[in-house]
Design a protein around this ligand. Structure first.
Ligand SMILES: *Cc1c(COP(=O)(O)O)cnc(C)c1O
Ligand SMILES: [Zn+2]
Length: 470
């Protein structure tokens, strides 16, 4: 049987996350939440009917076929593990050709034995962040349901990703909603360049998200935020590529920055499915790293002990936490703008992942994030600030002894170095005793690994002297 002829509709469906509801709806329907109870939705499959390759090398061998776009894509070569689309409908721009690589210097910085640290470089995606893994899946679903207009709220990377799929494929036009102020210029420039209709709302990300959800509901516009369960299906493939890079031998830890928690949600789902399909025999532990200035998950999970609890979450504690946040006018604030989020959308899905993966949550401050980012750059990678939270978090967990020196650890680098050049230049223009004002004003008092440019006269002798003295 040619794999282009599977009858996908039969085995895929959407299901409400809440165990007391569990409503099932078809994958051809368009909802931003469960129509019954308002909870998030999952995409689910009747796996007994899906022809999943039993030999994992089959996925890998597809990569050698450079003529078929479905095999070139690092998302769709795993198509039997996210089988919701007829293959003729797949919208791909070659996303997911990312790599698992090592760096001895970053490994030393984290405190692991030689060979123990892997960095999964998701900044190498077409729009420069992991978001493309999910957007190819959402764009595909949008095409399946006949959407002509798609929208998202974004701290920057989701809008860049939606905008590239809109402009590259012409399947739909797009609207992007961004909060005022904080967006990194690399990201804003992408949305504008790709031709997205960009709406700058007076408010923060959470405000923009609330508005876009309402607009999409009223106007029947296709919503591409990570409430959309199809996006998470695409993001599962980050896990498949990591495992593939490790010859399908699970690592001890996977460490990921936590913002809206879509990635953390997708990772746990991917791992549980692989385990249930007997494709792996052990699930790695998951560490989700918040910025200290945006630590809702850390507070709820580590301080208030909110757990998945088979779907019966302690909603009263969550509600009173948000209530206090509002009354005290506390809003997220971090230089890692991609994770500057007050109310993470996929909170409950993430709690489920933490349960599946025996997970932990930590917070790291902006100075720790920027120092880790400088180490990632010096180690031959380069990432945006939010991404470096994974490396800073791994280092913290190593110092605590939660991660052992001999563990195998994968840190996700979620976004490209060039997304936020202003922060990088401000960091490297600083000196240990004289931190750049733009960082000080955001609470960064000390920096450790700066690399200032040297000023020199336009004179060959001065230049040579400087170079010889270096
Ligand atoms: C979106 C984003 C995050 C946060 O990911 P979530 O899935 O929302 O937790 C982290 N880093 C970068 C670079 C991002 O673009
Ligand atoms: Zn429901």
């Amino acid at each position: 049987m040619s794999d282009r002829s599977w009858d996908h509709i039969q085995w895929a469906f959407q299901e409400c996350l809440s165990p007391s509801c569990r409503v099932r709806i078809g994958i051809d329907e368009l909802h931003v939440a469960c129509p019954g109870c308002g909870s998030l939705l999952d995409v689910r499959y009747d796996w007994d009917r899906v022809p999943v390759p039993t030999r994992l090398g089959e996925f890998e061998s597809r990569w050698a076929d450079r003529r078929d776009p479905l095999n070139v894509s690092g998302v769709w070569r795993f198509r039997e593990l996210l089988p919701f689309a007829p293959l003729e409908s797949v919208v791909t721009i070659g996303e997911g050709q990312t790599m698992l690589r090592q760096s001895r210097s970053v490994e030393r910085f984290v405190g692991l034995d030689e060979g123990g640290l892997y960095l999964q470089h998701e900044g190498l995606n077409p729009s420069g962040s992991f978001k493309d893994n999910g957007m190819t899946a959402a764009a595909t679903h949008a095409g399946m349901v006949g959407a002509t207009l798609a929208a998202c709220a974004s701290t920057g990377n989701t809008s860049a990703s939606l905008a590239i799929y809109s402009s590259a494929t012409g399947v739909f036009d797009c609207l992007v909603f961004i909060g005022s102020g904080r967006i990194a210029f690399g990201k804003l420039s992408q949305a504008l360049d790709f031709g997205a209709h960009t709406l700058q709302i007076e408010g923060n990300f959470d405000d923009a998200l609330q508005q876009v959800r309402e607009v999409c509901r009223r106007e029947k516009i296709y919503l591409c935020n990570s409430v959309n369960p199809f996006r998470l299906e695409g993001q599962k493939t980050i896990i498949y590529r990591i495992l593939e890079g490790l010859d399908w031998e699970p690592p001890d830890w996977i460490v990921v920055p936590g913002g809206n928690l879509g990635n953390a949600a997708a990772f746990g789902k991917a791992l549980a499915e692989l385990r249930d399909l007997d494709l792996i025999d052990r699930v790695p532990r998951l560490a989700v790293i918040n910025a200290a200035g945006a630590a809702t998950l850390f507070d709820l999970f580590e301080l208030h002990s909110v757990r998945w609890n088979d779907g019966v979450t302690d909603d009263a504690t969550i509600a009173s936490y948000y209530q206090a946040m509002q009354e005290e006018d506390r809003t997220a604030s971090t230089l890692a703008t991609a994770i500057e989020i007050n109310r993470p959308v996929s909170l409950k899905r993430c709690l489920r992942s933490l349960d599946i993966c025996d997970g932990v949550v930590r917070q790291v401050d902006d100075a720790e994030i920027l120092d880790a980012k400088a180490q990632v750059g010096a180690g031959g990678f380069g990432c945006e600030p939010a991404s470096a939270a994974s490396v800073a978090g791994a280092r913290l967990l190593r110092a605590e002894g939660v991660i052992a020196a001999g563990d195998r650890v994968v840190c996700i680098l979620t976004g490209h170095q060039l997304k936020d050049p202003n922060t990088t230049v401000a960091y490297h223009s600083s000196r240990p005793g004289a931190v750049d004002e733009s960082l000080v004003s955001r609470g960064v008092e000390a920096v450790r690994f700066t690399n200032q440019p040297s000023a020199v006269a336009n004179d060959i002798d001065d230049l040579l002297e400087l170079i010889r003295r270096r």
